[in-house]
Design a binder for this molecule. Structure first.
Ligand code: PLP
Length: 475
């Protein structure tokens, strides 16, 4: 298969076969006929592969077969109902179909001129999603200076926000003079690792963590104010606060309204990282998550976590798109065009770090249309119910302590730290389940993040029996 037009038939047959293989794979996961994690020594998969590519092209069906023989058994199955580690990665037939069509159309949408419909569809679907989540008008493309963009990851959204904040805080000086160690990013210890990473990559150096409110994992607004004042006295320039709505450790939500007030007063950019929890705001009962978001300069959710959308699909909004584009726009002659000159079009290359980009909007469009908001809400409610069920089982069991339970996340520990660690070790050795060990308040805990569309009530009970049996086996 070497050409797009001459050998269409093998492609059609291979796509049919791929769909059958995927349907069979999803069925096997639903029936728990596959383990969650592979039993593999490091290097085993590499050793099973040839040392170099073939000289002559091979048929697609053979490559597909090898995928299922060699690659699939060596994977961790993130869609497995007993996969409870990290955070879920979304998936659905609509998302997979969109990826196929996107790849087939093979468009590179770096500017409006290189894919007008790709750009405009992205503007429309990010507006759709902003409205569905109840986000402020100022994040919409239809507003004066706002708009949404699809990034590859929440990490990219934080980095882009940091760069825009640097631009604003330095009045553009940063572009010519670098950061000269002057600008500051504020976060808590609970912020995702991508936040200190963004500070590092953007040249801000190590970002000191702002303390949390006593007994919580939420940023302390007074401590933030004090930190900003101290930095100003020392000659530094506060640039950005990265708040989290749904931390990775315990799904804690920073006090956005208080932080927003401080950021407004101080002229500091506020980015809200709602990578995991954000989609829950599709449901009115969870919209409190975003209380205070009106003052944010940017906000991001990972549709690819909790919105039945395959990775990558992070949706980021800003109320100050000019800061993004002024910070990042560099226009050599080969990117000049009349449409850009008019200022009437969006060129997404200036909203992200890379120049090129796939047509990202099709996936979000397919997912929102195929599920409808009602379908997406009921998926979230299903997962929240499954997490409630698991949390209830944990809370009622002697020898277990429910540490926190919010949305789809259940964090728990055993009666002693030694037993928690031993149970974590036993669970890590069980290919039928995967959880993530965590540290909460300096003590070991276990995190179970619910979100596989294949998890049923019976599946929760199976997961619970596995956890309980491993716990009982601990001395
Ligand atoms: C998952 C997560 C991230 C990282 O997301 P990527 O898309 O992998 O960069 C960042 N922040 C929070 C709160 C998360 O839940």
């Amino acid at each position: 298969m070497t050409s797009l037009v001459n050998e269409a038939d093998p492609f059609r047959a291979a796509v049919h076969e791929a769909v059958d293989l995927l349907l069979g794979h999803w069925r096997a996961l639903a029936d728990e006929r596959l383990p969650v994690t592979p039993d593999l020594a490091p290097g085993a998969v590499a050793a099973a592969l040839p040392a170099g590519p073939p000289e002559r092209g091979e048929p697609l069906d053979r490559i597909l077969r090898d995928t299922w023989d060699t690659v699939v058994p060596g994977l961790v199955h993130w869609q497995h109902p007993a996969f409870l580690a990290y955070y879920p990665t979304g998936n659905s037939p609509a998302s997979v179909l969109a990826e196929l069509v996107t790849a087939g159309l093979g468009v590179q949408g770096m500017m409006w001129t290189t894919g007008p419909a790709a750009t405009e569809l992205e503007q429309v679907v990010t507006d759709w999603l902003a409205k569905a989540l109840g986000l402020p008008e100022r994040f919409l493309h239809t507003s004066a200076n706002g708009g949404g963009v699809i990034q590859d990851s929440a990490s990219s959204a934080v980095l882009v926000a940091t760069v825009a904040a640097l631009h604003r805080a330095s009045r553009g000086r940063w572009r010519d003079h670098g950061t000269e160690g002057r600008y500051r990013l504020y976060r808590t210890e609970e912020a995702n690792s991508c936040v200190p990473k963004a500070a590092r990559v953007a040249g801000l150096g190590a970002s000191a963590a702002v303390p949390t409110l006593p007994g919580t994992a939420r940023m302390d607004p007074d401590a933030l104010r004090a930190r900003i004042a101290a930095d100003r006295r020392a000659g530094a320039v506060p640039a950005i606060v990265v708040a989290t709505a749904g931390t990775t450790g315990t799904c804690a939500v920073d006090p956005l309204a208080d932080l927003g007030r401080i950021c407004r007063e101080e002229g500091v950019w506020l980015h809200v990282d709602a990578a995991y929890a954000g989609p829950a705001a599709l449901c009115p009962e969870h919209r409190w998550l975003n209380d205070g978001v009106e003052a944010a300069d940017s906000y991001a959710v990972n549709a690819h976590k909790w919105m039945r959308t395959g990775t990558p699909c992070d949706v980021m909004w800003t109320a100050d798109r000019r800061a993004l584009t002024d910070a990042m726009s560099i226009t050599p002659s080969y990117l000049r065009n009349d449409a850009t000159e008019t200022g009437e079009v969006v060129d997404y290359r200036d909203w992200q770090i890379p120049l090129g980009r796939p047509m990202r909007a099709l996936k979000l469009w397919y997912v929102m249309r195929a599920h409808g908001l009602e379908g997406l809400r009921s998926a979230i409610r299903h997962d929240v119910r499954m997490a409630e069920l698991l949390a209830g089982l944990v809370a009622r069991e002697n020898g277990f302590e429910l540490v926190t339970h919010r949305l789809g996340l259940v964090v728990f520990r055993l009666d002693t730290d030694r037993r928690t660690r031993e149970a974590a070790g036993r669970l890590a050795g069980d290919p039928g389940i995967q959880l993530t060990p965590a540290t909460v308040d300096g003590r070991p805990a276990l995190r179970a993040a619910v979100g596989s569309p294949l998890l049923t009530e019976a599946g929760v009970h199976r997961v619970w029996r596995t956890i309980r049996d491993h716990a009982r086996a601990c001395a």
